[in-house]
Design a protein around this ligand. Structure first.
Ligand SMILES: [Zn+2]
Length: 268
């Protein structure tokens, strides 16, 4: 069989398994439950789910969307997140592994962490939408890991990683200060600041600044759209995490094209 087809099939199954783990994170992190133990259980009757029915995507089909014990319906959101994560793993995996030069076994480490952290933007966004928080688990360990991994010779040097933390976290912190002063209320959560510091540590300062600009554009567009549809008012609390996630993904996937296009625009 074609080796590329095998690689993409493995990536899809890996993504759906990661998505299954994300379902656990989305449910348990805001409730401050352990993310490792106990194993998955039915939210209705608390019966542990048999490993066989826990297989991503397939488990939902085998149980026909019902708990095998109490027959309570299982939300389509669970297989939805598994499928979405699998598709994102294909898209991001294809991009990262086809553009990044992996020169030695050691340089695989930062690439794998970048890949996993980009996927983590899925549960981060859902938790921010539901609970208005970006838990530290998605940010602080990755600020430290990003900085540590930058000492492995690759595209991101330790200086770039440090500048990334300052540019990502610092810019959002200043925007937040300015926003609070204008709006007379907290405009930017600490979680947003730490999120962009983590992105800067892992991907460097250029991407961090581009992501923030893109997130601001996405946020303004949707804000205008929502006000136009009268779905929101200026006072309503809007989670910024999903817009940052959007900016982060666009800047990683299309950053080079955007910068080339922008430079050409300035020369004309
Ligand atoms: Zn049940």
């Amino acid at each position: 069989m074609d080796s590329a087809l095998v690689a993409y099939t493995l990536l899809f199954f890996f993504g759906s398994t990661v998505g299954s783990f994300f379902n656990v994170l989305i449910w348990r992190i805001p409730r401050e439950e352990s993310i490792v133990l106990p194993s998955s259980y039915c939210p209705s009757c608390k019966t542990p789910i048999k490993p066989f029915y826990n297989i991503p995507l397939l488990g939902y089909l085998l149980t026909r969307g019902k708990c095998a014990h109490c027959k309570a319906p299982i939300s389509l959101i669970y297989p939805g997140i598994e499928l979405f994560t699998a598709l994102c793993a294909l898209l991001i995996g294809h991009h990262i592994f086809s553009t990044v030069k992996i020169s030695s076994i050691l340089t695989i480490a930062p690439v794998l962490v970048q890949f996993f952290w980009l996927l983590l933007m899925i549960p981060m966004s859902i938790i921010d939408i539901k609970h208005y928080i970006i838990p530290d688990q998605f940010t602080i360990p990755f600020i430290l890991t990003g900085l540590a991994l930058s000492f492995i010779p690759s595209d991101i040097s330790p200086v770039n990683s440090l500048l990334g933390i300052a540019a990502g976290g610092g810019t959002l912190f200043l925007i937040g200060l300015l926003g609070s002063w204008i709006l007379k209320k907290e405009a930017m959560g600490g979680g947003d600041v730490k999120l962009m510091a983590a992105f800067g540590a892992l991907f460097g300062w250029q991407g961090a600044l581009l992501s923030i600009m893109l997130a601001a554009c996405l946020g303004s567009l949707s804000g205008i759209g929502m006000m136009f549809l009268k779905k929101t008012t200026i006072d309503q609390k809007i989670p910024f995490g999903p817009f940052l996630a959007g900016g982060i993904w666009i800047s990683v996937l299309f950053g080079e094209q955007i910068i080339t296009w922008y430079i050409r625009l300035l020369h004309v």
